[in-house]
Write a protein that binds this ligand. Sequence first.
Ligand code: SAM
Length: 298
Amino acid sequence: MRVVAATTLDLWSLPPAGQPTSMAQSTPTEQQKVHGQFMTPEWAASELVAHYFGDLTSSDAVIEPSCGEGAFLRALPEHIPAIGVEIDPALAERARASSGRQVIVGDFAAVDLPLRPTALIGNPPFQLAKVQAFLERAWELLPNEGRFGMILPCYTFQTSETVVKINQRWAIRQDMIPRNLFPGLSLPLCFAMLTKAQGGKLFGFALYHEHAAVSRLQARYRALLAQGQKSVWAAVTLAALQALGGEADLSAIYAEVAGAKPTPNPFWREKIRQQLQRLAERCGPGRWRLPAAAALAA
Ligand SMILES: C[S@@+](CC[C@H](N)C(=O)[O-])C[C@H]1O[C@@H](n2cnc3c(N)ncnc32)[C@H](O)[C@@H]1O
């Protein structure tokens, strides 16, 4: 029985088939596994460039940061300045020959580059650490509003913490694309468009910021939110005011509900303010108290 190392190959249930070059081998080589050398079909690269980057002009400068055989370089119209970067010299040579573009051999995360890009396009190796290193470099290189569009495994965006962290510096849009673009791939894929913008929006995501905020509240209030029924924010607000002796400033109520590492996210504060207006009475500027019956029930 063949034992497969725990690398990118784990994402592949079958060997890639039908590729015109080295990819046509019956099983991926160690090098293909380590570097994630699985090429985007030519037609798909063309469609992605046309769909997501149809607005590029000759004033732009594009880098395909892990260009492999250069599918995205070939898909870019000739009048748009573009170069590739590829860690494998043999693939870099193929990309150079087939696209007519300059292709630099090296690690995109660190290599010296002859131009400042306005856009990055590609299909990076799928290991999370590499995706993160590529994102760091991209952020250094791109101007504000510069874009990085790439094929990614959906697991890149599976937790709220990761997405919220990336979203601090990038607006993110993601669209699902078929995983069987790559024969044998076993995980869902998306095309992600990251735009360098602080406080940028998320498109194609729901509950990420809310989950990140809730997961940082105090444990007893998280439990009420998870297990309570229906009016869970009412239960949280009542419990917090009761814990504070039935009367408190709004800031003290927030501090009671917030965990040790308070989140600046306004979502849960808004919920508490709404419930205070329903359940409590104002007894001074920014100060709330429970009606006698509710305080007695504490
Ligand atoms: C998934 S393939 C995609 C190739 C090409 N972008 C495409 O879509 O057809 C990823 C490519 O990145 C290259 N690569 C891996 N690590 C790299 C790095 N740190 N810097 C530059 N290229 C890298 C691999 O050799 C491989 O050719």
